[in-house]
Design a protein around this ligand. Structure first.
Ligand SMILES: Nc1ncnc2c1ncn2[C@@H]1O[C@H](COP(=O)(O)OP(=O)(O)OP(=O)(O)O)[C@@H](O)[C@H]1O
Ligand SMILES: [Mg+2]
Length: 210
């Protein structure tokens, strides 16, 4: 069983959207996927209720419940993806500590980029592979992504090679309890998520070998 934690102290950068997208992509790949929703807003749990599908399983978990939830998942889940709250929290460090891979979504805007060092510091306390994921990039023009990548690298961090652009499909999918791949597997948003998942899967396999 492998664990991916999605963390970023800045709100609204796409943490929960990334959790849902990767969880559905992994489930479509045949994995048994458990989402642990550690955000008291419970937006992923509510999405889980809007769905009719069995996968991914979505369970809310406090920090205290986390060890027990993971113990229960052993043997049943191939992959656990953890959503964490914005702002400073006790949930995010607990979820980073037990992760095999940490993803930090950010938009190309200055506000989340200014806050990213805090989340990076939190991750550096634990020796985990950590990648920033650029989300909601402008679909027209590459300059913004290039610049954002440079800012992230200047912080001593790495940005995932796959970028998610701003696409309405993410909002539509959420509203109907789906992911962008379920809404329309041929959409640009779905393609980006499929590419991101393929990269994440390969990263986790590399991590297992080393
Ligand atoms: N690539 C994208 N394109 C368009 N809209 C997006 C994209 N990613 C996320 N969104 C939208 O942005 C909003 C915020 O996303 P989301 O709830 O995933 O962020 P969050 O980081 O989990 O927020 P919070 O910190 O409040 O938990 C949502 O309405 C979501 O549908
Ligand atoms: Mg969220």
């Amino acid at each position: 069983m492998q664990i991916i934690t999605i963390a970023m102290q800045k709100g609204g950068v796409g943490k929960s959207t990334l959790v849902r997208s990767l969880a559905v992509a992994a489930a479509r790949d045949g994995l048994s996927v458990l989402i642990l929703d550690m955000d008291a807003q419970q937006s992923v749990s509510q999405w889980g209720e809007r769905r009719e599908a069995e996968m991914p399983v979505v369970v809310f978990s406090t920090e205290n419940e986390l060890p027990r939830r993971l113990e229960q998942a052993k043997g049943a889940a191939d992959l656990v993806i953890i959503d964490t709250p914005p702002a400073r929290s006790t949930e995010a460090p607990a979820a980073v500590e037990i992760a095999d891979l940490v993803l930090i979504p950010t938009t190309p805007d200055v506000e989340p980029l200014e806050q990213m060092p805090r989340t990076l510091r939190l991750c550096r306390g634990f020796d985990r592979p950590v990648w920033a994921v650029i989300n909601m990039a402008n679909p027209t023009g590459q300059a913004e992504v290039t610049q954002t990548r440079e800012v992230i690298e200047a912080m001593g961090a790495k940005a995932a090679p796959v970028v998610l652009h701003r696409r309405k499909a993410h909002r539509d999918a959420s509203a109907s309890g789906q992911s962008v791949q379920e809404l329309d597997a041929n959409s640009k948003a779905a393609n980006e998520v499929a590419n991101l998942w393929a990269w994440v899967r390969a990263e986790m396999q590399n991590g297992k070998k080393s």
